[in-house]
Design a protein around this ligand. Structure first.
Ligand code: GLA
Length: 725
């Protein structure tokens, strides 16, 4: 709910359990932030931010800078005396970099729709506040947009900047969110990693000055992630105050906290200003993309469940979002590049007998792609491997009762490809400098319309050639050597953002033209796992690390923000190809069950014992997927913290059913059973353990816990399914 106190000029944004309050300083028309946190009554909390009227710049011109340097500015600008991190920076024709914004007007809109083709949250249960600010010197209009959800504790922020003058301006920084907090001690949680180790949780106390995470790779990246949370030191899964922030974007980002001289921190989030400039011609406007804020006074768990609900109900659009996904088998770890129709059909045949529902043909089916050194860009079928082409293969797979899915990496070109030989200048490069290769490939300059149109035609030709029901859209290298034949000196700073817009354009065409398609994004594993991508694909490949033990931490870090239904997770072969570790087949199944679930192994060659377990796992998936996909997720224990075991549970929205997963990762001599305290149940209801028939009250399960016997061996797991009437 959004309210405006017209007498005191105060805006109050309420979600079911949180309030966000800011207002217009009467004399100066500055927009000042007052409060964000647990829901409060009333709105007049101006005293929190402006304790002394005399401090206002209009009354005290001599000390205007002292005011600006510590005022909790709602959307801070660069160049006029706020020396902390700015959210906006604008250069005029003469090269001066300064902007100062004053309140002009506002509008409250019922319902939140998505503008154009760009990702964003939406919902009839949300209202939008647009606050119009103006810089009279630049003739610049800045619209602050707040999306306020009435069914989930989330508020979105974005900014539209319009040049109303008759001279061009250059934007050098347009962040989506700035939030000045109070002076409590906070700790900062971020996600870091590498290839095969994505989204590891990192938590450190704030220190004075700048800190944060960012990407300059043109993609979200394995290394850092556009999520951060400020938490009070007492924060656990169940307790503590948590401010969570996430950026709905898939390119360079910057997420920062600046702790100032008075121990107040400023949180900023948006497109990375490094490597960014945007020329704003007279009359033109720029959209910052959307950032999400979530406040929880009940620890990290509550924040997580809020993000999950927001993304499941108000971001993911795919028709699959509320549907069970077909259980797939992917041939990447089974065959790598060494496959043909016969091999794929032998996998499909065995898979169909085991209840698997879709065959996904990964990399290596096109051009002369016999290894990863060639052929990206040549999206015509390799008839040596697949005689009769795609159509024959897909028809045969369909005859076996399986759907068919395909891998593509549309943004790339190999130097050894017909496409590159015909159009060497289509690869991103700086004239006169040899562009660097990564995985022996270049990135196509999708900011050029002829390259984008060609890429779209290639995708479409593949899609139309057979009954393709799933696409794995991969992206296997970062962007570097930024240059473009399509952008002159004045517009080259727009490259990174234009590239992301081009990817969104292509994915939007794909899901619009093929509305029933199941799209899975991927980027060398999980380097583009972000809310921007979720807008197009309901699931994203989480990591190339399919080792089940490593997956515990990767999936824990991913699920801190993203719903389980979006995490691409497969049972793969052992010894694991990344780590050489062997984990029992049953455990691999239990851990993949926490994501989309599927297989990535040569089903014709795995041990008989494992093969025989697949139909049971298929049954398990069908039994539990509705619950896993739609329920509330609770993190119960983390092997990252205790070194021994990991556990999580999913509770049905009506609280009458839950599934607990427990993994004893590292066995230690100890004869007492594990005891795990459950969450989210109805205290006075009697829950029955489906396996043992034993019954327990919800309150005993939550306050004392359930016992789990020690396993013999490492990486052993158990599922506990409880239900009440
Ligand atoms: C990336 C993906 C893998 C696989 C390969 C194919 O690394 O993450 O799953 O598709 O590319 O080259």
């Amino acid at each position: 709910m959004i309210s405006f106190n017209s007498e005191k000029l105060i805006f109050k944004l309420d979600t079911p359990n949180t309030s966000y309050v800011f207002g217009v300083e009467d004399k100066d028309k500055y927009l000042i932030h007052y409060y964000y946190g647990k829901r409060i009554s009333g709105d007049d909390v101006r005293f929190l931010a402006v304790p002394d009227e005399r401090a206002l710049p209009s009354l005290n011109k001599r000390d205007k800078l002292s005011f600006l340097d510590c005022a909790p500015y709602e959307y801070p600008t660069k160049g006029v005396g706020d020396f902390r991190t700015p959210a906006l920076s604008v250069k005029n024709e003469k090269g001066n970099e300064a902007a100062e914004l004053f309140y002009d007007s506002h509008k409250i809109i019922k319902g939140k729709t998505v503008k154009g083709k760009l990702p964003g949250t939406f919902g009839e249960t949300a209202d939008v506040l647009e606050v119009v600010l103006k810089d009279p010197v630049l003739d610049l209009t800045v619209i602050l947009r707040y999306g306020v959800f009435n069914d989930v504790d989330a508020i979105t922020r974005s900014v539209i900047v319009k040049n109303e003058s008759d001279k061009p301006l250059t934007l050098t920084r347009v962040l989506s969110l700035s939030l000045d907090t109070d002076d409590r001690d906070y700790e900062l949680i971020t996600l870091y990693g590498s290839w095969a180790r994505e989204r590891t949780i990192d938590r450190k106390p704030l220190r004075h000055g700048h800190q944060g995470v960012s990407s300059m790779r043109g993609i979200t990246s394995h290394q850092e992630h556009p999520f951060m949370a400020l938490v009070t030191p007492d924060t656990t899964q169940r307790t503590g105050d948590v401010y969570g922030f996430n950026f709905v974007y898939s390119g360079n980002f910057d997420a920062s906290v600046y702790l100032n001289q008075f121990n107040f921190s400023r949180v900023t989030l948006g497109i990375n200003p490094e490597g960014f400039e945007w020329k704003l011609d007279p009359g033109a406007e720029f959209d910052s993309q959307e950032a999400v804020m979530v406040f929880s006074d009940e620890g990290l768990g509550r924040m997580t469940r809020t993000f999950h609900d927001l993304y499941r109900n108000h971001l993911i659009r795919s028709p699959y979002k509320n549907r069970k996904r077909p259980i797939l088998i992917n041939n990447w770890e089974a065959t790598y590049f060494d496959f043909n129709t016969e091999k794929l059909l032998s996998i499909a045949k065995q898979a169909s007998k085991s209840g698997i529902e879709m065959l996904v043909m990964d990399d290596g089916w096109f051009g002369n792609r016999f290894d990863d050194n060639r052929a990206l860009g040549d999206w015509n079928v390799n008839e040596e491997k697949l005689p009769g082409g795609l159509k024959y293969l897909v028809d045969e797979v369909n005859k076996l009762g399986l759907k068919f899915g395909i891998w593509m990496e549309p943004e790339m070109v190999s130097p050894d490809s017909d496409l590159y030989r015909a159009h060497p200048d289509w690869a991103i490069q700086i004239e006169g400098r040899e562009a660097g290769l990564a995985r022996n490939q270049y990135v196509l300059d999708l900011t050029r319309s002829e390259v984008l149109e060609h890429t779209w035609r290639s995708i479409k030709a593949v899609m139309d050639s057979a009954n393709i029901e799933y696409v794995k859209w991969d992206m296997n290298r970062p962007l570097a050597d930024i240059g473009s034949k399509g952008l002159d000196k004045e517009h080259l700073g727009e490259f990174y953002h234009r590239y992301v817009l081009a990817v969104y354009e292509l994915q939007n065409r794909l899901v619009t033209q093929y509305p029933d398609l199941l799209l899975e994004n991927c980027s060398s594993g999980g380097a583009r796992f972000d809310p921007g991508m979720l807008y197009f694909s309901p699931q994203i490949w989480c990591s190339d690390d399919t080792d089940a033990v490593e997956r515990l931490s990767i999936q824990e870090g991913t699920a801190i923000v993203y719903p389980l239904s979006s995490m691409g997770a497969h049972v793969s072969d052992c010894p694991n190809h990344v780590l050489g570790r062997t984990v029992p087949f049953e455990t691999r199944g239990h851990i993949a069950l926490a994501g989309t679930f599927g297989y990535e192994l040569d089903i014709t060659r795995i041990p008989e014992e494992d093969k025989n377990m697949i139909p049971k796992q298929v049954e398990m998936y069908h039994k539990y997927n509705d619950l896993v996909r739609e329920g509330d997720y609770f993190r119960l224990a983390s092997v990252r913290e205790n070194g021994i075991y990991d556990s999580w549970m999913v509770v049905k929205k009506d609280k009458k059913e839950c599934l607990v997963t427990f993994v004893g990762v590292m066995n230690r001599p100890n004869y007492k059973p594990f005891k795990i305290r459950l969450e989210g149940l109805i205290p006075d209801k009697l829950y029955k353990d489906e396996d043992t028939g034993k019954e327990y009250y919800g309150d005993i399960l939550m306050n004392a816990g359930i016992t789990i016997n020690r396993f013999h061996g490492d990486a052993r797991s158990a599922l506990i399914h409880l239900k009440c009437e």
